[in-house]
Design a binder for this molecule. Structure first.
Ligand code: DX5
Ligand code: ZN
Length: 211
């Protein structure tokens, strides 16, 4: 069964604690937190201090998607804030391996995310070190965009190249019940969804529709 990681990017930020509690009660598997710095992506969201403040709202794993430049400088702060999984962008890391090692030394799971134009082959050589790969199916930066079907091949590529390894394939961007089915068919393990979960207050039904 696919896991669902609702993205709080679409939540009501004025009552984030309550939103995270509601997602937990509604059966979320992870809480996906989109960190944007206004440099790596043309949008700004929040950083480690906010994550620390909402950490007590749920015991679910905090899946932190770092859309920031120079992530190596902030990994310690996100670990201290209570992240469980730290995913960096391949495009933001001139050297990937030391960053993966740094995340593991902090005691967290490590993920790498690929923007739509980045081919999966860039992960050759580091795949064995990863706990998770995040396939972006929209250009990172904003919720509510249209799913890019031409990214589905990356899920299949990863499925093939992670056989027998304990690496989760996560997909993020434009996930709704229809596109979720396409991702599941290719072998996705975790689906991130903002708009589709928060479209109304029926969080449980909305997440079940993606499973
Ligand atoms: C986009 C973020 C996503 C976003 C997904 O850069 O990484 O997590 O919240 O939003 P929807 O589900 O609305 O496409
Ligand atoms: Zn995300």
């Amino acid at each position: 069964m696919v896991l669902i990681a609702p993205s709080i990017l679409s939540a009501d930020f004025s009552r984030l604690d309550a939103e995270i509690e509601a997602l937990d009660k509604a059966g979320a598997d992870y809480i996906h937190l989109d960190v944007m710095d206004g440099r790596f992506v043309p949008n700004f969201t929040f950083g480690a201090p906010l994550i620390r403040q909402v950490r007590s709202a749920s015991k679910l794993p905090f899946d932190v998607h770092l859309m920031i430049t120079e992530p190596d400088k902030q990994l310690g702060a996100f670990a201290a804030a209570g992240a469980d999984i730290l995913t960096v962008h391949f495009e933001a890391c001139p050297k990937l391996e030391p960053i993966i090692n740094q995340i593991h030394l902090l005691g967290l799971k490590a993920g790498v995310s690929l923007k739509p134009k980045t081919p999966p082959e860039v992960l050759n050589g580091v795949l064995d070190k990863l706990d998770q790969v995040l396939v972006m199916t929209v250009e990172p930066g904003f919720g509510g965009q249209t799913f890019m079907q031409d990214q589905l091949f990356k899920i299949a590529w990863l499925k093939e190249h992670t056989k027998g390894k304990n690496i989760k394939i996560e997909v993020d961007g434009g996930i709704n019940p229809q596109t979720a089915a396409l991702c599941r068919a290719q072998g996705a393990d975790i689906l991130v969804a903002g708009t589709a979960v928060f479209k109304d207050k029926n969080y449980r039904a909305n997440m079940d529709a993606l499973r």
